[in-house]
Design a protein around this ligand. Structure first.
Ligand SMILES: C[S@@+](CC[C@H](N)C(=O)[O-])C[C@H]1O[C@@H](n2cnc3c(N)ncnc32)[C@H](O)[C@@H]1O
Length: 248
């Protein structure tokens, strides 16, 4: 491409050329920084093995959708009657097995995250872990207190043990994991039940395709164990231990 310089007085020609080059340079800088911003944003977003589901226009739309099912009176009746014993038994078997593997103890202070009506809290108590509580958007006293798992209502270093089978409901997985790592005591254990092989329910906010994203999110913890389970449609148990602080 050739640039023709209009017929300008001799004195103005260098000024015109200077302005032309400055403009081109500014245009180049702008397009480069735009590309850079795009790249940074993409690399900060979840990996291919953890995908946030589109369609939540705002945080309140996400909460409203979660509550839509959790507050359903007919379902709450079923969960607290017909389903109760069956689910408590299955959870109790999981917790008993964790006790056998020295990951959970009678004197552990335990939290279950997204515990709904508290079957898993009841199961923790039945296997002997008496200091246990659940959190959910909707409380179910005395087993479950109100709390959003993106901002747990507990102090730092509170629990010895945290369990959750609702990772797929996290709209912000890094906050979900960050809060677990904040409220676990150093040396405390987190057990997640997740689904890797099939998609979880229509109320899920993310899809997980491997354990890899969890390893990246639990950056203050070490991986203890990954094993197959059969837990209400969830197929994998992943166990992390929060690292102890380095004492210098
Ligand atoms: C699939 S249910 C699992 C309930 C229970 N863990 C069980 O296995 O029966 C998901 C639960 O996560 C809760 N939940 C969803 N988003 C939440 C949030 N941001 N904070 C706390 N709980 C949430 C829902 O209210 C619901 O009770």
């Amino acid at each position: 491409m050739t640039t023709t310089i209009p017929n300008l007085p001799l004195l103005l020609k260098p000024i015109f050329l200077f302005l032309l080059f400055s403009l081109s340079f500014l245009l180049f800088l702008h397009s480069h920084s735009h590309h850079h911003r795009k790249t940074t944003f993409q690399s900060a977003s979840p990996s291919n093995d953890l995908r946030i589901r589109p369609g939540y226009s705002s945080y309140s739309a996400y909460i409203e959708r979660q509550l839509n099912k959790t507050l359903n009176p007919k379902l709450r009746k079923i969960w607290t009657t017909r389903d109760w014993e069956r689910k408590v038994h299955v959870f109790a078997d999981f917790f008993y097995s964790l006790k056998q593997r020295n990951l959970l103890f009678n004197d552990s202070k335990a939290l279950s995250i997204g515990a709904r009506v508290g079957q898993e809290v009841e199961a923790l108590k039945r296997v002997g872990v008496s200091d246990s509580v659940g959190i959910d958007l909707v409380p179910y006293p005395p087993l479950v207190v109100k709390g959003d798992f993106h901002a747990q209502p507990f102090n730092n270093d509170t629990f010895d043990f945290e369990f959750s089978n609702v990772f797929d409901h996290a709209l912000y997985p890094s906050m979900f994991v960050g809060e677990i790592q904040r409220t676990l005591k150093p040396g405390g254990v987190c057990v997640l039940h997740v689904s890797l092989s099939r998609r979880a329910d229509k109320y899920s906010a993310n899809d997980l395709f491997s354990v890899k994203p969890l390893l990246a999110l639990f950056k203050d913890s070490e991986l203890v164990e990954v094993r197959g389970v059969d837990g209400f449609g969830l197929d994998t148990e992943v166990v992390f231990r929060k690292m102890r602080k380095n004492i210098i």
